[in-house]
Design a protein around this ligand. Sequence first.
Ligand code: PEP
Length: 254
Amino acid sequence: MRKTIIAGNWKMNKTHTEAAKTLKELAALVIDKENLGGVEVIIGAPFTALESAVRATEGTPIAIAAENMSEHASGAFTGEISATMLKELGVEYVILGHSERRAIYGETDATVNAKVKAALKAGLKPILCIGEQLEDRESGRTNEVNGTQLKGGLEGVTTEDMANVIVAYEPVWAIGTGVTATPEMAEETHAFVRSALVELYGNAVAEEVTIQYGGSMKPGNAPELLAQKNIDGGLIGGAALEADSFYGIIAAGK
Ligand code: PEP
């Protein structure tokens, strides 16, 4: 049985005090593991808020993710943060290859792949983001682009490691725009991503990988999206900033 995982991505929002406050509010709504009915909850926070976020969620079922990290283990990389630094803080997950990292900071499939492998080596669980631009979709290249990003990001990742990898399909045209892929459109691409995972790792492994949808997911559209066969959770930006709306999505996943 695949896990349903609802993850928030706060991006460059919230100071460490704001992060702790929102997480206390969220923890009060989440209550405990039993109340989540098997849904796993993750919050991706900025580097400066991670320590407070880990502390604020101790003893709760909320796990913390970083939003990026270096592909290097240590050394002369001014301003960078390593997987080991995150792991030692109590961070469990790391969002990698987000479309903003690819578009604004020039991350390639090779960079993302190096980061995925560095995360796994340090015991962090990567959330590998993939997704097509609007022009890719309009020119019929949706599957090609997602297939390339998926295979590129997972190059050299073993079957055993796949138990610790989450894939997030985020059509770039739906991120932060208020435009959501219809549940049917999203399901079609999720099914394609699953078939690409079957090609890479075989059916048994592919069936166990959680594939999240991301792109203007909200409490209102989450039930229909999460009801799709191959949509196993969400990666949520805007609607994860407030505890109430994020919990509305979590509740839809139960
Ligand atoms: C995201 O940034 O990963 C995202 C899905 O953002 P939003 O929910 O705001 O579209």
